[in-house]
Design a protein around this ligand. Structure first.
Ligand code: ATP
Ligand code: MG
Ligand code: MG
Ligand code: MG
Length: 484
């Protein structure tokens, strides 16, 4: 007999047949004539209720049926007498696979703080909130692959151990096979990391982009979707040391095509979640409303979760240049009242407070910012022709900014001109010999191309309405947590 998930059982059109349900007990409630056991198997946010007559089961078995225990319950599927569910199981057999001592099991049926649950990352998927987040995360990952597959992209697996630093930000985890107690030394006496794994300094990838570009200049449209690593000591609610990045790269796409793709892609995957995760999203929406009850009006979300997602899917994103954004910020109230922590001026790397002002206060919708100053962006971005529109040199960069999040996507049209790229590489101090393979793609059959990177956890954060990026990945890696 194949096991039927709770989700399917709850949707049953007929009753009267025998059934077995396996899962974890969420609650046990006893009345004089019946014991009500709520079982969840992770297939849905809803529990299946099993009803047991006390006299029919041994006291020992019933004693072991407690919150957290793993059980198999067989019986007849009947119409439920109670409200809240259509069907329930009238139990005839109860088997306890794994008891959970009520005096020790940490997940008793009460509200636990997110901080506490982070400490028990091994058990938190058994809570309603985390199981909902994990199911939505799954649906979004599936939607990502579906979108690209439907649109003619090939999934390219870029390396995790690499010698390149795409962003040049020096945020890499070093990968070494050297014996650091007795390391090889250079003539100057420093550790000779060149004797590393590939005879080169190697690290964990910060982005699959450079390798992705190679794929696009052969297969036309590719995407990567894999783990990336940044050794940044950012204890924010938006940064992880290990996160998953989605990076499409397209030959023959210019900046505008890139923006169109980014907007269509994000709307499509959010739309998929709205269609396929309605129950989980509704649960998270209610949770948020509940949580925000105690907050002052100004701090509450302007829209309930589902409405917010629908709004993003159904409205055009605002598109402005970086220079226009700086003008808006310079004229804004927080700037005039010196409320921004980081002062505004052309040339600054926008901080999340600036991004969020533009999105949440000014435009009240997602914004795509383009044509950033060259000096604050990576070497590979295509340089704009000089113009009077900006006070300094700019590149064809685009960042997509989302309410409550700030930057969700960073992308650009790439520099396809060999001489210009080489000059820029030298200017920023990269040894061309280290990326000869990247430069060679511009020497042979170069093509205009573009791409972007979307931090998957930031997308999950937005869709679930959770407040902290640590709570949308099963095992968060941050400077303070990497226990298991
Ligand atoms: P931020 O300005 O937020 O630090 P970034 O500009 O350094 O991000 P990019 O190098 O542009 O990030 O990477 C592309 C995308 O990857 C970002 O838009 C973001 O969605 C995501 N991302 C970057 N760093 C992190 C991180 N540490 N944790 C989670 N997601 C990240
Ligand atoms: Mg960063
Ligand atoms: Mg950024
Ligand atoms: Mg960026």
């Amino acid at each position: 007999m194949s096991l039927i998930p709770v989700k399917t059982i709850l949707a049953s059109e007929t009753t009267g047949h025998s059934i077995t349900v396996k899962g974890w007990v969420r609650t046990k409630r006893e009345s004089k004539n019946a014991i009500f056991i709520a079982i969840n198997d992770g297939s849905t946010i809803h529990n299946l209720q099993a009803v047991a007559e006390p006299g029919q089961f041994s006291e020992e078995t019933l004693r072991l049926v407690t919150t957290g225990a793993c059980v198999a319950i067989s019986g007849t599927l009947v119409e439920s007498q109670g409200s809240g569910q259509k069907v329930e199981v009238k139990a005839t057999d109860i088997h306890v696979y794994g008891p959970a001592d009520p005096d020790q099991y940490p997940l008793q049926p009460k509200k636990h703080s997110m901080e506490f649950l982070r400490e028990i990352a091994h058990l938190r998927p058994r809570t309603n909130t985390f199981s909902a987040v994990l199911r939505i995360r799954h649906a979004l990952a599936f939607a990502v692959h579906k979108y690209f597959n439907d649109n003619g992209f090939f999934y390219l697996h870029t390396p995790i151990i690499t010698a390149s630093d795409a962003e040049g930000a020096g945020e890499m985890f070093r990968v070494t096979t050297l014996d650091l107690d007795k390391p090889p030394r250079t003539e100057e006496g420093t550790i000779d990391y060149k004797q590393d794994f590939f005879g080169r300094e190697t690290n964990l990838t910060v982005s699959g982009q450079l390798e992705g570009e190679l794929g696009a200049l052969a297969l036309s449209k590719i995407y990567t979707f894999g783990p990336t690593f940044r050794a940044e000591n950012s204890n924010t609610t938006r940064h992880l040391a290990e996160f998953w990045m989605i990076e499409p790269e397209m030959a023959f796409y210019e900046l505008e095509d890139n923006m169109n793709l980014a907007e269509d892609f994000v709307k499509s995957v959010i739309g998929y979640a709205l269609e396929h995760c309605a129950d989980d999203l509704k649960f998270l929406e209610n949770r948020l409303i509940d949580e925000e009850k105690n907050k002052p009006q100004a701090e509450r979300s302007p829209m309930p979760l589902l409405e917010k997602l629908g709004f993003v899917v159904n409205n055009d994103f605002e598109r402005i240049t970086y220079t226009q954004a700086i003008d808006i910020l310079l004229q804004s109230k927080p700037h005039k009242e010196k409320k921004f922590q980081y002062p505004v001026g052309w040339g600054i790397d926008l901080q999340s407070e600036h991004e969020r002002f533009l999105v949440e206060k000014h435009f009240k919708k997602p914004v795509i910012l383009t044509n950033y100053p060259r000096e604050i962006k990576s070497f590979y971005m295509k340089q704009d022709d000089p113009s009077d529109a900006a006070p300094g040199p700019t590149v064809r960069a685009m960042d997509v900014l989302f309410p409550g999040i700030g930057e969700i996507i960073g992308g650009s049209q790439r520099e396809e001109n060999y001489e210009k790229l080489l000059a820029r590489v030298q200017e920023v101090g990269i040894d061309p010999a280290n990326i000869w393979w990247f430069l060679e793609t511009r020497q042979f059959g170069s093509a205009p191309h573009s791409g972007f990177g979307l931090g998957f956890e930031r997308l999950v954060l937005f869709v679930t309405g959770m407040g902290n990026i640590r709570d949308v990945i099963p095992f968060p890696r941050t400077p303070k947590s990497a226990e298991f």
